[in-house]
Design a protein around this ligand. Sequence first.
Ligand SMILES: [Fe+2]
Length: 196
Amino acid sequence: MATYFYPLSKLDTAVYRKYFMDNVFDTALEKINAAKVTAPIIYHKFTNMDEHRPVLDQLEKELQDKYNFPYKVNAFLILIHHIPQQIHIDAATGRDFRRYVSINLPLANYAGTRTVFFNPLPSYEYNFIKPEQVTFHSEFKAEDQWSMVNPDVPHHVVCDSHAAPRVSLALSFEENPTFEQIFKDIPGLEQILSVG
Ligand SMILES: [Fe+2]
């Protein structure tokens, strides 16, 4: 069975969690609240990486040193799960951004939350998918760790409650590799990931 998620437990969490909560959370919350007036938006995308370069340099270096990742971060999302997230794929045609791999870190209120993956469909006419169209594949419980996930298959984050919304960080890469491409680009990655 295909695997759609891998924990990246070798990456530090505290330093990045503190940075993103201290430096970008307020902006994301403000933008998401403003968008909520007309649409149930749960994320804000940050594309100006210059102002976050020092922390991203550190993170890219850690990804390189510990997982041989050669990729460069070109954007990140802050997701605030104040409402249930619809099943979707991140790479669907017509989406405002399309990405094939995501590296994620839960930032706050993630205990008991999970990402549920569904079996792929033959085609995607729209990025949102009805529950009756898909069948369960697997699920990944958020822990205090980074993960690499495949958002190119139907998935959503499920929270038992939205009263204290989960906050997450999701990185995108300039090269926008597919999940499969990453394993071709990085020899031995399967073994490295098998120990986290
Ligand atoms: Fe997604």
